[in-house]
Design a protein around this ligand. Structure first.
Ligand SMILES: [Zn+2]
Length: 289
């Protein structure tokens, strides 16, 4: 098996009318769980590392590990860099074998966002690597913004069309339509009309929903019907799949016992979370390789 591009996974998702989950990993056992889920569900899968994860594990270590686990489980994997803001980090990840990168310049001005995104597109094209960008700003739940302030940062459909033209060749676009990163205090309200309108205007660019943890399942299904093709799940794996599992089992562990027993629970829990999302996103059974 091998690492495949986001573009190839997105083309199949668009044809099939489903979304592919993009799951954050932080270490060996949780990326094993994510890829084991893809094997069990015969589903396409995107494994994504944040720049913090790249700093923690090193880009060469990540590429070698994910490629090896893809071989172990016999499933192709898109290896994606999530929310990178730094051009040099992106180039290093591309050089070392990431098959997809996100440049997030969504907090910059429109023109600055266009300029750096176009530079990344140009660099990535040399290696056949896919590119995701962001327009509008998704932001975090922890940020102290009102509902109106958040709406002001939603992606404008006309601007999205202009952005795709100006950046010449992005494969995917993260859109701000009512989701946020982290846990929700109240269920999010997605702007479905906006999703449909953006998809109508840029049908060849795959739409990405960030902040997937805590979005009601029916909202996922409706967003997918309207054109969302990649959905990011980070927070749920970080806490429910990793941190809380380690805390629970490590506390129960007798002194001088085998730490792999704790880590095996991380793998199991991450696999369970990922498998369920694949069913909801409609990607189960859609691995054509
Ligand atoms: Zn995100």
């Amino acid at each position: 098996m091998s690492l495949i591009t986001l573009r190839s996974a997105m083309l199949q998702a668009e044809k099939g009318g489903y979304a592919v989950g993009s799951f954050n990993f932080f270490g060996l056992e949780n990326v094993q769980g994510i890829i084991a889920a893809a094997a069990a569900k015969n589903s396409p899968v995107i494994a994504q590392a944040s720049p913090g994860c790249v700093r923690h594990m090193g880009e060469k270590g990540i590429v070698g590990m994910v490629r090896g686990i893809s071989d172990d489980y016999g499933v192709p994997v898109v290896l994606h860099l999530d929310h990178a803001t730094d051009y040099d980090t992106i180039c290093r990840c591309i050089d070392n074998g990431f098959t997809s990168v996100m440049i997030d310049a969504s907090s910059k001005s429109y023109q600055e966002n266009v300029d750096i995104t176009a530079r990344v597109v140009e660099y990535a094209a040399q290696c056949g690597c896919s590119v995701e960008a962001e327009l509008g700003h998704v932001g975090g739940n922890e940020e102290d913004v009102t509902v109106d302030e958040r709406r002001a940062l939603f992606t404008e459909p006309d601007k999205a069309r202009q952005f795709v033209e100006d950046t010449e060749g992005i494969d995917a676009l993260a859109i701000a339509v009512g989701t946020a990163h982290g846990f929700y205090k109240l269920p999010p309200k997605l702007d479905f009309e906006r999703i449909a309108e953006i998809h109508r205007l840029i049908p060849k660019t795959s739409l990405v929903l960030h902040g997937g943890t805590g979005v009601p399942e029916d909202d996922f299904r409706r967003a997918i019907q309207l054109g969302v093709r990649k959905i990011n799940i980070g927070t749920e794996l970080w806490y429910c799949g990793y941190g809380n599992v380690m805390k629970k089992y490590a506390e129960e562990m007798p002194y001088n016992s085998d730490p792999r027993k704790v880590m095996a629970h991380v793998r199991e829990e991450c696999q369970k979370i990922t498998e369920h999302k694949m069913d909801v996103f409609g990607s189960t059974g859609k691995n054509l390789v």
